[in-house]
Design a protein around this ligand. Structure first.
Ligand code: SF4
Length: 313
């Protein structure tokens, strides 16, 4: 069931996920379009997430935005970043642990090579207890050597996070702690629980589908019309529905890029998610050596790293 409407305020609204935004001129949503999008969300009872560009907005837009409950996703370089609920970082140099604010969630978009170089920065950020998610921007080109380096990196960071727990801090990150507290799949839900409205007044499965020039799935005049809408649901994803890497975002855009099917993941996605799952298990066991910790949580040991191999068995 549709629950969220992501409204891209501008053609240059920041990416907060795996895809890039093609360079171009700002293309701000027209005030009338924004008003109609807000009305659509109200009628459909959808929670709005506004996604900002790195530039300021006219007062008319700001006024419309404040007319409804919402959350704001902004790049760290936005002049309005002090009002953000989610701040998107594109450079590790933007992370200064002392400045991180617990009222805000952070998303770091990074290629693997830069992530590996910034272990210290990541550990310091996590030790503050802020929500600090990491989104890799080069999943599509990841090969076995990169996947092995990712696994080793997660194991080291998991070990180093134990100190924070011993000090009474609970780090929060999609890479290692979400799997500890989830009891079922927590996927991004694009095309199922969420939909995106772009500045052209059309609906897209998610911001990535707008930015890569994919077909729209409706507009504000005619409504939403997603071809084969059932394919975006977990029950129609035969590999994912059997999986228990519950923290995996099951990115339908990456799925389509890697396998040409929105409901079938590429190997890279699955292996990465299972390295995260297994490092989360390692973290759970390590913290438990210092006392009781999440007694209800059980992450069993598994003998596969790609659920497709498990299904083939
Ligand atoms: S790890 Fe693979 S199978 Fe499991 S949810 Fe993620 S994409 Fe689907």
């Amino acid at each position: 069931m549709l629950q969220y409407l992501i409204i891209l305020l501008d053609g240059q609204s920041t990416s907060f996920c795996h895809h890039d935004v093609p360079a171009g001129d700002n293309k701000l949503i027209k005030p009338d379009m924004l008003r109609r999008a807000i009305r659509f969300a109200m009628i459909e009872n959808l929670t709005i997430q506004f996604v900002y560009p790195a530039t300021d907005l006219p007062e008319e837009h700001k006024h419309l935005i404040e007319s409804i409950d919402h959350s704001k996703i902004m790049p760290a370089t936005s002049p309005l970043a002090a009002e953000a609920d989610v701040i998107v970082l594109n450079k590790w140099e933007q992370v200064v642990a002392d400045w991180l604010n617990k009222e805000v969630a952070y998303v770091m978009r990074t290629p693997l090579s830069a992530l590996l170089e910034h272990e210290e920065t990541l550990v310091k950020a996590l030790a503050t207890g802020v929500r600090f998610n990491v989104v890799l921007t080069d999943v599509e080109t990841m090969r076995d050597a990169g996947l092995e380096r990712y696994k080793a990196f997660l194991e080291v960071v998991a070990d180093r996070m134990v100190d924070a727990y011993k000090r009474g801090v609970s780090p929060q990150t999609n890479l290692l702690t979400d799997r500890l507290v989830l009891t079922e799949m927590n996927n991004c839900g694009s095309g199922d629980a969420s939909l995106t409205l772009a500045p052209d007044g059309k609906f897209y499965v998610c911001p990535a589908f707008y930015n890569d020039g994919s077909e729209a799935v409706g507009d504000l005049d005619k409504g939403v019309s997603i071809p084969n809408a059932q394919l975006y649901k977990l029950k129609c994803a035969p590999i994912c529905r059997e999986c228990e890497a519950w923290q995996c975002k099951r990115c339908v855009w990456l799925n389509r890029h890697l396998t040409l099917e929105v409901n079938t993941p590429g190997r890279q996605q699955c292996v990465m998610a299972h390295h995260e799952r297994n490092a989360s298990r390692q973290l759970l066991m390590a913290v438990r050596q210092h006392g009781s910790f999440l007694p209800e949580t059980d992450i069993p040991e598994i003998d596969y790293i790609d659920p497709f191999d498990n299904i083939k068995k």
